[in-house]
Structures are given as structure tokens and as C-alpha cells.
Ligand binder design. Structure first.
Ligand code: C2E
Ligand code: CA
Ligand code: CA
Length: 753
């Protein structure tokens, strides 16, 4: 069924073939049927004709018998008048007879019916050409002998002579009773299609020509080859000899081509043994063929009408299927919301068809809307959808007929234009940005958005489509850093990208390969005592060498590796420090940096305390450093999480404080124990008044909320002095120590003071 659906026309052609086969067999069987009917009809006609002919002859034979008997009895014939009277009377009674005569055995006529006029003028029948043979033949026969048909001038009619020998008691022929049958009178009921010819000499006895001047047809025998043809045809068809058929007096039928008339004739034949006559019925095949053609036309017309109806039906189905397929294809390759092409189209159709574009160069613009998420979050998806529709309409106005515009996902669009001139592309990109940055009025709102566009070009930037798409995406991320701008992919971006891909690749196996270890930087309190250490992650890779944490942490976060890495950091830090604490038999604080992504992970809390539990680390001695950026995320969730952590007696430190988003009012709500002044303020504290006052106010705010204040990045005594004066609680920096490996930290602590 599926195959048929695919190609409904094969079913149609199949039906045509079946239809044609039915048509041909129908015509064939009908023609056979018609032929059979023709033969049966003709045979029936033949039988009645031959019965009529036979009965006419047998009647005349009986008549001749009786007449002969009557005339020879007591030599009645010698009385001419009396005899003639008998004969004349019979002529009136028996109209089929044209004339009667009684001849002596020597051929001389005794007496005739009076219509033959004077007997003296009558010829001797043994001498006359037309009568001679049959007379001679009849002399010693017991049955009636039929002579050749001829035209009797005196009687003015076509006559078949008949003769019957009259014998005495000892069997000697004493006379011959003879008569002429008037063909037209005797056989007027015999149809013209019925012919009679003689077996003896193949002369025609009765033909369709019975009363016009072309009677010479009776003067010659049927050509021998015609007779031979008939015989051969009969023997071939009936697989028996002609003698057999004659003997059985069977009605037979054959098709004959009459060469001289070039027409085919259906002939039925029957032999009358007694009179050695062939009765033939002939019908031109033309009629038969006409009938067949008439019937066939009906069949053919029915067939063509049926096929035509079928054709239209199939066409309707086919069109319907095609439309359905078209609709399905459209549905599959288009985005339901914007009716733009979708991602599937890009990856399955364009990318595969890409070869067709091989010679052409094109630019791929990866368009990502800025701040779109906030519309969905703040106004709901209905507004988001409306804005997306409008964006796609605006984008569509930049698309030339051959260009491809795809809604790639959410608020990401891809525009492929067959143009690579840098200035034109730059113009296009900035026009797009300008157009999509115009306000979107929906209901009583005016939505304002921006767009970041990354652009890469084929074939300059890459050889395959996937590469081009990826590079445009990378360029888009570069643009995203600035927002509402475009970025054309170039080698420096590529190198950056390749570097970060390599970092990502190597980072995947860094933990397993023991490339990751921790360094610890001491923190000193006001009294100069060791307060604690900050754990800082270190990575040394064979290919990449030393990779700084602020480089790979970002990549770890972006590629989903942070969870594993973070867990490793927590485990290592806790166990390293616990080992040292045990060795020196003294507890000190451990600060662990937690990245925002790590902090937001669903099982962060559970995982953290499972490790703490396992290692059995003193919770009071743990501080988690998070940056202010964490508050960009869901604030309720964060506050809730911080409170849970606090309940476990673990401290929270706000790292890089002063650079981020947290406000005073926010700070009040947060369960934070420690503020870590960002290194940038400490760097400038000696020369920059505003940095100094910033540090001053951070310290006073922190103190207000009972928080510990940590200064990091202290490199000089002067900085230390300043911070001491400002009442800073804790000090961290190269002045005291660089981050130290585990062993070095142990030595450092042992040697401290
Ligand atoms: P951060 O948390 O602010 O760490 C302080 C950075 O300042 C460290 O750089 C440290 O080595 C450096 N530093 C400390 N004292 C001085 C000084 O006197 N002078 C100078 N020039 N630098 C000083 P590091 O180790 O390269 O770390 C950079 C950043 O990487 C960290 O900033 C932190 O945000 C991130 N990071 C490091 N380790 C981890 C970690 O284990 N987990 C997480 N999530 N992030 C980490
Ligand atoms: Ca830190
Ligand atoms: Ca910091």
C-alpha cells in the first residue's frame, strides 16, 4: 500500500493493462460467440434449404415415376392426345415443372407437354448438347438423374432437367420420363445465398443468378482449384476425408477467401447423396465483421470512458496526495510561529543541497536577540510570541528571494545571503540591528530589544556548512559581549575559539589525569596570627602548560564540567587542609571558592555536605566564597540556600566585593559573614582617594552588619598599614605569601613566627 501511495500512477497503469486485457478477451469471446451464432444460423438455413431442395426433387421423382408408369401402361403413350392431356393437366397442377416429356430409350421423344409445341421439331435428347449426358446417364439408373441447369429458349425459363428411366418387369428400360424443373418457380423459397452444385461435374445447379442474362454461369463447371480449396479446407478443419462428410451428409462450415472477389466468405455445405448435389450457403464475412466491430465499439467506448473516469479520479487523488505532501513538507521545514524555515530545513535541506551552492560564496548571519528572555519572563509567552513574529517580519524585509532565513531556536535567527563583500555585509548587519532595535508596539506596551549578530563566510572561513555555522555562532558570542552589535568572524576569534576548545577538551580528563591540584594562600588577622587559607585551584596540562583558573573556570562552567571539577576542588581542599591541621594539631579557617554555576546546581548543597560529612571536617572552619554575581540569579532561591548553609555553621564570604551588583538594602537580607574587598581597590588604595573611600565605606557597611572584612592582594607594608588604620580584620596577599602547594603551606605554617 505504501508503494502504491508513493506512486499511485503505477496502480493506474496496472488497471489500464488489466482493463485492456479484459477488453481484448471480451472482444475475442464476443467475436467467437458471434461467429458461432453466424455458423449456427447459417447451418440452420442450410438445413432448411437442403431439406426443401431434397423434398422438391423427391416429389418430382415420385411424379415422374407415377407419370412414367401411367404413360407406359398398356402403351398409353401411343395415344398422343391423351398423353399430352395428362401431361398438360399436370403442368397446370404442378407449376414447378416447366415441361414434361417421355422419350424412347434411343433419345427420341414420344410425347411432350403441349407447351413444347410441335414434337417433330423437338430434338433427339441423345443428340442435344444440354441433355445428352444426363439422358445417357439416366438410362440404366434406378433413381432420378438430374441434368445440368440451362436456359430453355422455348420455355423462356431456367430449367433443371430431370430424368427417370421407366423399366418393364424384367428390368429393361423402355422409356425415359423427363421433365424440366423451372428453377425460379420450384426454388423461389430458397434464399439467394444458397447455391447448389453437382458433385459429378461441378456444374452449378442453382446460383444466386436465376433470371437475368448472365446465365452463362451455368455453362461452365466451377474451377477445379476452387473445388480443391474447399476440399482442403474441409479436411483440414474437420480432420476427416471429404468422402466421409459426403457419406454422413453432415452440415459443415468453412471460411473461404474468394480470390477473385477478394472478400472472405463463410460457407456452410451439405451433401445430398441421393442426387449427388452439394448445397452451399454463403455469407460474406463483411456482415460478420461489421457485427464484431459494432460490439467492439461498445466495449471500447465503455473501456475508454471507464479509463477516463479512472484517470480523473487518480488525478484528483494524486493532486490531493501531492498537496498533502506539500503541506507536510511545509510543516516539517517551517517554524509554526513565524512561518520561517526551521532548523530542520537548515540541517536537512540546505546543508544537503549545499553542494548546489558550492560555487557560490555566501555569508551566514547568526542573529541573536538581546534581552528577549526578559519579555517572556516579565510579560508572558504570548507577548514573547508576538514580538518574535514581528522580529521575523522585519528580518524578512532584508531577505532577497534566493536568500535563506531560518528561525534557528527561540530568539535566534540565521540569515544566509549570497553576498560576501565586507562593506555590504557590514551595512546589512547594521541595518538589521537598527531595524530590529526599533520599538515593538504591542497592546499598550513598547518593547525594546537589541540584536547581536555573528557573521561568517563561505568559503573564506570554512569548507563545510557546519563550520560556517559554528564560526558565526562564535562571532555572535563575541558580539554578545558588547550587545546590539555585529562581529565578523576572523582569525583572532578563531584562535581564541580554538584555544578554548582545546582547553575544554583537555579539561575533560584533567581530574582523572591528576593535573588538578590546590594552592593555598594564607590569611592573617589583625594580631598577625594565621587566620586561615584560601584554596585556589591549579591546573598544569602537558599540552597547555599552566592554565590560570580565571581562564578555565569560565570554560568549565560553559561546558558543564564545573560540577565535577567543583566537587574535586572541595574534596581536595578539605582533605589537604585536614591532613595539615592534624599534622600541626591546630585548626584554621579554609575558604573555598564556589562559582555561580556550581552554586546553582540542584544538588550542590547535598553533595557539599556529603563530602564534609565523609571527611569529617569541622564545619565551623569552612567558608564558601561566592561572588556578588550570584545574586543576578533567582534571589529567593539563593537566600534560601544561603540560610540552609548557614544553619550548618558554614560561613559565607562575598568575594570581589564592590565590583558587582549587591546593594546595601540587599546586603541586609543576606546571611553573609564576610566581605572580601576586591583586589582592584587595594591596588589603588595608596594613590587613589576614591578607592580609599570605597574601601572605607565597605568596611563600615560590613561592620554595620557584623561582618568580617578581608582585604586581598596586599603586596606592600604601606597597604597593610592603611588597611589596619581603616580597621580591616583580615589580610591576604603576596606580602604574606603567594598561594602555596600543600607541602609548602605546611612548611610555611611550621615556620610562621
Ligand atoms: P579570587 O577568588 O579573587 O582569587 C584571588 C586571586 O588573586 C588569585 O588568583 C590569587 O593568586 C591572586 N592574588 C592573591 N594575592 C595577590 C597579590 O598580592 N598580588 C596579585 N597580583 N595577585 C594576588 P588566581 O589563583 O589566579 O585566581 C583567580 C581567580 O580564579 C580567583 O579569584 C577565583 O575567582 C578563581 N578561582 C581560583 N581558584 C578557584 C576555585 O578553586 N574555585 C573557583 N570556583 N574559582 C577559583
Ligand atoms: Ca576568592
Ligand atoms: Ca577576589
Amino acid at each position: 500500500m505504501a508503494i502504491l501511495k508513493k506512486n499511485i500512477w503505477s496502480l493506474f497503469y496496472f488497471l489500464i493493462i488489466i482493463g485492456l486485457a479484459i477488453l481484448i478477451t471480451s472482444i475475442y469471446s464476443t467475436s467467437k460467440h458471434i461467429e458461432n451464432e453466424y455458423i449456427q444460423k447459417q447451418k440452420a438455413l442450410l438445413k432448411t434449404s437442403s431439406a426443401a431442395i431434397y423434398s422438391t426433387f423427391i416429389q418430382q421423382e415420385m411424379l415422374l415415376d407415377i407419370l412414367g408408369e401411367q404413360l407406359t401402361q398398356n402403351e398409353n403413350y401411343k395415344s398422343l392426345d391423351k398423353s399430352r392431356k395428362i401431361l398438360d393437366n399436370l403442368l397446370i397442377l404442378d407449376s414447378p415443372i416447366a415441361a414434361f416429356g417421355l422419350a424412347k430409350a434411343n433419345g427420341e421423344l414420344y410425347v411432350t407437354s403441349s407447351n413444347l409445341k410441335d414434337i417433330k421439331k423437338l430434338p433427339n435428347l441423345l443428340e442435344k448438347k444440354e441433355t445428352k449426358e444426363s439422358f445417357k446417364y439416366a438410362l440404366d439408373k434406378d433413381y432420378m438423374v438430374i441434368g445440368r441447369t440451362y436456359y430453355h429458349k422455348v420455355l423462356e425459363s431456367l430449367v433443371i432437367p430431370i430424368r427417370k428411366a421407366i423399366k418393364d418387369k424384367s428390368g429393361n428400360t423402355i422409356a425415359v420420363m423427363t421433365a424440366g424443373i423451372n428453377v425460379n418457380k420450384a426454388f423461389n423459397t430458397i434464399p439467394k445465398s444458397t447455391l447448389v452444385f453437382r458433385e459429378l461435374d461441378y456444374y452449378n445447379q442453382i446460383t444466386e443468378i436465376r433470371d437475368d442474362s448472365k446465365l452463362e454461369v451455368y455453362n461452365f463447371p466451377i474451377p477445379k482449384e476452387n473445388i480443391e480449396l474447399i476440399k482442403r479446407s474441409v479436411e483440414k478443419k474437420y480432420k476427416t476425408s471429404i468422402e466421409e462428410i459426403k457419406n454422413e451428409e453432415r452440415a459443415i462450415s468453412i471460411n473461404l477467401v474468394r480470390h477473385h472477389q477478394k472478400s472472405e466468405v463463410l460457407s456452410t455445405l451439405k451433401y445430398i447423396k441421393r442426387y449427388k448435389l452439394w448445397i452451399v450457403n454463403q455469407n460474406k464475412m463483411e456482415n460478420f465483421y461489421k457485427d464484431i466491430i459494432e460490439e467492439s465499439i461498445i466495449f471500447a467506448v465503455t473501456f475508454f470512458v471507464l479509463m477516463l473516469v479512472l484517470y480523473y479520479l487518480f488525478r484528483i487523488i494524486d493532486n490531493f496526495e501531492k498537496q498533502k505532501q506539500k503541506a507536510l513538507y511545509h510543516q516539517a521545514t517551517h517554524d509554526y510561529l513565524t512561518n520561517l524555515h526551521n532548523r530542520l530545513y537548515l540541517s536537512n535541506i540546505f546543508e544537503k543541497d549545499f553542494k548546489a551552492y558550492k560555487n557560490k560564496s555566501f555569508s551566514l548571519l547568526f542573529i541573536d536577540m538581546d534581552n528577549f528572555k526578559s519579555i517572556n519572563d516579565n510579560y508572558g509567552h504570548n507577548y514573547g510570541d508576538e514580538v518574535l513574529k514581528k522580529i521575523s517580519q522585519r528580518l524578512q524585509s532584508f531577505k532577497k528571494p534566493k536568500d535563506v532565513l531560518v528561525r534557528y531556536s527561540g530568539d535566534e535567527f540565521i540569515l544566509i545571503v549570497f553576498e560576501t563583500k565586507k562593506d555590504k555585509i557590514k551595512k546589512l548587519a547594521s541595518d538589521i540591528i537598527q531595524r530590529v532595535s526599533e520599538p515593538y508596539p504591542i497592546d499598550h506596551y513598547q518593547f525594546i530589544l537589541g540584536a547581536s549578530i555573528g557573521i561568517s563566510q563561505y568559503p573564506i572561513d570554512g569548507k563545510n556548512f557546519d563550520e560556517i555555522k559554528r564560526y558565526a555562532d562564535i562571532a555572535m558570542y563575541e558580539a554578545k559581549k558588547e550587545k546590539n552589535t555585529y562581529c565578523i568572524f576572523e582569525d583572532s576569534i578563531k584562535h581564541k575559539y580554538l584555544k578554548s576548545s582545546l582547553i575544554e577538551h583537555e579539561l575533560k580528563t584533567a581530574v582523572e589525569n591528576s593535573e588538578i591540584y590546590m594552592a593555598y594562600q594564607p590569611q592573617i588577622d589583625k594580631k598577625g596570627e594565621l587566620y586561615g587559607v584560601e584554596a585556589l585551584v591549579r591546573w598544569e596540562n602537558e599540552k597547555l602548560g599552566f592554565v590560570p583558573p580565571d581562564q578555565f573556570i569560565k570554560i568549565a562552567e560553559a561546558s558543564g564540567l564545573m560540577s565535577k571539577l567543583g566537587e574535586h576542588i572541595i574534596k581536595t581542599s578539605l582533605s589537604d587542609i585536614q591532613t595539615i591541621q592534624k599534622q600541626i594539631n591546630k585548626k584554621f579557617q579554609l575558604s573555598i571558592n564556589i562559582s555561580v554555576k556550581q552554586f546553582m546546581e540542584p544538588n550542590f548543597y547535598e553533595n557539599l555536605f556529603a563530602i564534609v560529612e565523609k571527611i569529617n571536617f569541622d564545619r565551623l572552619k569552612i567558608t564558601l566564597e561566592v561572588t556578588e554575581n550570584v545574586f543576578i540569579e533567582d534571589l529567593d532561591f539563593i537566600i534560601n540556600l544561603l540560610n540552609k548553609i548557614k544553619k550548618q555553621n558554614v560561613k559565607i564570604s562575598l568575594d570581589d566585593f564592590g565590583t558587582g551588583y549587591s546593594s546595601l538594602s540587599l546586603l541586609k537580607k543576606l546571611p553573609v559573614d564576610e566581605l572580601k574587598i576586591d583586589k582592584s581597590f587595594i591596588d589603588d588604595i595608596l594613590f587613589d582617594k576614591s578607592s580609599e573611600s570605597m574601601v572605607e565605606s565597605i568596611i563600615s557597611i560590613g561592620k554595620n552588619f557584623d561582618m568580617l572584612i578581608v582585604a586581598e592582594g596586599i603586596e606592600s607594608k604601606e597597604q597593610e598599614q592603611k588597611l589596619t588604620n581603616l580597621d580591616c580584620d583580615l589580610f591576604q596577599g603576596y606580602l604574606y605569601s603567594k598561594p602555596l602547594k600543600k607541602e609548602d603551606l605546611l612548611a610555611y605554617i611550621k615556620n610562621y613566627h
